[in-house]
Design a protein around this ligand. Structure first.
Ligand code: DX5
Ligand code: ZN
Length: 224
């Protein structure tokens, strides 16, 4: 799969957690290949979600590619637990605190044979990714302030940065995926696609509707 392949990633944050197994199955049956898992620590972001135990649980339920988005400080301290839990990609934030560094944490993810991503808060300029850009598999351009599902897509604030990341990739012969996360619906996904995104994280827009197959068809159709 290249950075030209558009993919819809259901975000487990918006699923019904009283029936997590069925929700994972609903995403898989709808045709999802990657599942997005949002880890929040109550410090880097103003919310607490779940940790490695949930990643491990989901790993036991599905063969889908698990895209783990760490919205936490000290991701390096917790890294081994997420690797052990079976994450396929681990994305860390450029703005978070580390015991070592962003570079060292990315290096360890790669050394474990997994994919690594770097996430940028809406306020963080593209330039913050430059020191790491040749080493990452994925750049996540947050399209809402991280912490909560159901927020509106920040088009004006984030689309220029996404286009900048796309142009940089082309100019330097790089191949990182461009992921958008937050407020992605069938009317916003094409806007993000037009600015370079190929990975579309969908929480409310995927798990909200009762018919996941129809939701997937609409979302995937909007970026086909
Ligand atoms: C926000 C999370 C998102 C969230 C998106 O902090 O990173 O992945 O689940 O939710 P929606 O799609 O509802 O905006
Ligand atoms: Zn996320």
């Amino acid at each position: 799969m290249t950075h030209e392949t558009p993919l819809i990633l259901p975000s487990l944050l918006a699923a019904d957690w009283s029936r997590i197994g069925a929700e994972v199955g609903r995403a898989e049956s709808a045709g999802a290949r990657w599942l997005h898992l949002d880890v929040m620590d109550g410090a880097f972001v103003d919310n607490i979600s779940f940790g490695p135990q949930m990643v491990r649980t989901v790993r036991g339920l599905t063969g889908m590619y698990l895209d783990v988005h760490l919205m936490i400080h000290r991701a390096d301290h917790y890294l081994e637990r997420f690797l052990q839990a079976g994450a396929d990609n681990i994305t860390i934030h450029a703005e978070a605190r580390y015991e070592t560094s962003v570079a060292e944490t990315l290096r360890r993810i790669r050394a474990a044979g997994r994919h690594c991503g770097l996430a940028l808060h809406p306020d963080t300029p593209f330039e913050a990714a430059l020191p790491f850009i040749a080493e990452i598999d994925l750049l996540l351009v947050m399209t809402v302030v991280p912490g909560f599902g159901g927020q509106p897509f920040m088009e004006k604030e984030t689309m220029p940065k996404l286009a900048q990341a796309r142009d940089h990739r082309a100019a330097h012969g790089l191949s990182y995926h461009l992921e958008v996360d937050g407020g992605i619906y069938a009317h916003t996904a094409p806007v993000a696609k037009a600015h370079g995104a190929n990975l579309f994280v969908c929480g409310t827009s995927f798990f909200g509707p009762a018919d996941a197959g129809a939701a997937m068809a609409e979302l995937a159709g909007s970026v086909a």
